[in-house]
Design a protein around this ligand. Sequence first.
Ligand SMILES: Cc1cc2nc3c(=O)[nH]c(=O)nc-3n(C[C@H](O)[C@H](O)[C@H](O)COP(=O)(O)OP(=O)(O)OC[C@H]3O[C@@H](n4cnc5c(N)ncnc54)[C@H](O)[C@@H]3O)c2cc1C
Length: 600
Amino acid sequence: MPVYRAPVQDSLFLLNDVLGVERYANLPGFANATPDMIEAVLTEAGKFCEEVLFPINQSGDLEGCTRHDDGSVTTPKGFKEAYDAYCEAGWTLLTQPEEFGGQGLPHVVGFPVEEYRMAANQAFAMYPGLTQAAVAAILVKGSEEQKALYAPKMISGEWGGTMNLTEPHCGTDLGLIRTRAVPNGDGSYDVSGTKIFISSGEHDLTANIIHLVLAKTPDAPDSVKGISLFIVPKFLVGEDGSLGEHNALQCGSIEHKMGIHANSTCVMNYDGAKGWMVGEENKGLAAMFVMMNAARLGVGIQGLGQADIAFQNAVRYAQDRRQGRALTGPQDPQEKADPLFVHPDVRRMLMDAKATVEGLRALCLWGALQVDLAHVAETEEERQQADDLVSLLTPVIKGYGTDKGYDVATNAQQVFGGHGYIEEWGMSQYVRDARITMIYEGANGVQAMDLVGRKLAQNGGRAIQAFFAIIDTECARAKDNEALADFSGRLEKANGELKAATMWFMQNGMANPNNIGAGAHHYMHIMGIVALGSMWLMMAEAAQKALAEGRGNKAFLEAKLVTARHFGERFLPDAGSLRRKIEAGSEAMMALTPEQFYAA
Ligand SMILES: Cc1cc2nc3c(=O)[nH]c(=O)nc-3n(C[C@H](O)[C@H](O)[C@H](O)COP(=O)(O)OP(=O)(O)OC[C@H]3O[C@@H](n4cnc5c(N)ncnc54)[C@H](O)[C@@H]3O)c2cc1C
């Protein structure tokens, strides 16, 4: 049977020793986040995820959701009770603004909690996760009335939230949206159309569901410039917040899909449903982007969560299962065979997983800190830099993070041999659940294009220049540190490959835009490698310092130094080969006709 242990020790190391969250105590929200408080929150959250969410992960996967003839949907056994307990314990409130009933803690404290719940039960975590993203859009773009009416009950978890973009003929290309919103003359609109693949679209966990729906008004341009955003509640809401009649919307069916079976993925039919515009007409995509950016970071954490739980179980299995003998001679001569753990190829998979999981965890938390600083840092310059960095790194956290999260999950499954393919062990579920993270919230190829096609050039390249400078400064600082000189040299080289690839795009992208498209995914991965390299350098420095001061868990800290070395030796060199792929351009990639692709 699979197990899950929340990585509280690693989260605390990152928050306290690597990011030094305490030094931000003067900033709004951070004052309450004392080390003791953070430890108490993470310990309790870890316990909740281990004891309440994880035990219904495998059973939820087996049972899935059920749609009834009246369009209602029942979640698997135990989900409703777990959701009620989740809300009662206040886990929905952590990072939400105090004026709407939240606790106002920084995102950097909320992110580890999000990771634990994603790892313990991704399908469950998506219900509150989407609500959180929907609230973010309402709080940023909604009117004062909308905020007052919807935010408190969504923040408390009494009501759920969804995001409705996708239609049968329209996924990545949202300009194709056909859903219509016709004004009624009283401030409301009649919304009609079909949305597909809507996560948490209908379920039995909350008293109401607030759908955020993209649609076009009658005279709007038929492109991305004509999209508006609407609040369309499942039950109409009175001015006092009371629930009225069922709106003209229904879940038409639920998808039978590869993973996250316990999350209801719905076809939603809107048939003149009453809706209210959020923000300005034709500016709906910008409003939805508030939600999508929050959700993209959340999906990066999903990739991390699935990688972590798969990795944990693989480490355990590799110690229990005995096959063959160590290449250097029997390790356990009294037994008939040694544990899998002795084989270098098994170690390769486990070390790669450890380096990736802990590196991604650091990057996600660093990203969360930038989200906080973008809002509350002391100076305009600091806020600007944090905003630039999080905007640049969001497609990397989502795209690289979930590509690598899936790799880790499949390699962890590989450690189990044939048993990994058998459902009982749980590994198959982690691989299946991890797979969707590479697809939704903008498929990873689209993330790569967002990074290279949009983010690099924004504000004259201000963000990427700041990123290069940060890495250069870190490498220069570590050069005199004997134990880290080799690592910092390798990181500097990888950063050089990233700079060269950036320059190559500048010189070869304008003449032929296919050169950008052909190299974008590789570029996103070089940037992921460099970003994780920077995290490993910071972690190694923090571990060294703690060891020198005699603080902390010695074995844990020494393992950080060895894993940093592994990352330097096995991951950073890949930046060079990825750069060479980029520089190959797009000619061969784009040359064949469809007929030449496959000749039967
Ligand atoms: C389980 C699940 C849950 C989902 N939840 C939601 C939800 O809650 N709300 C919601 O609105 N949607 C949701 N989606 C939809 C999801 O976001 C889309 O599937 C995704 O955005 C891709 O759209 P598509 O499937 O139409 O693929 P397409 O847009 O047809 O793309 C197919 C492939 O082509 C590539 N591609 C397309 N255009 C480009 C381009 N311009 N440049 C480079 N590559 C390109 C893509 O990367 C992809 O690999 C969900 C999907 C699933 C499967």
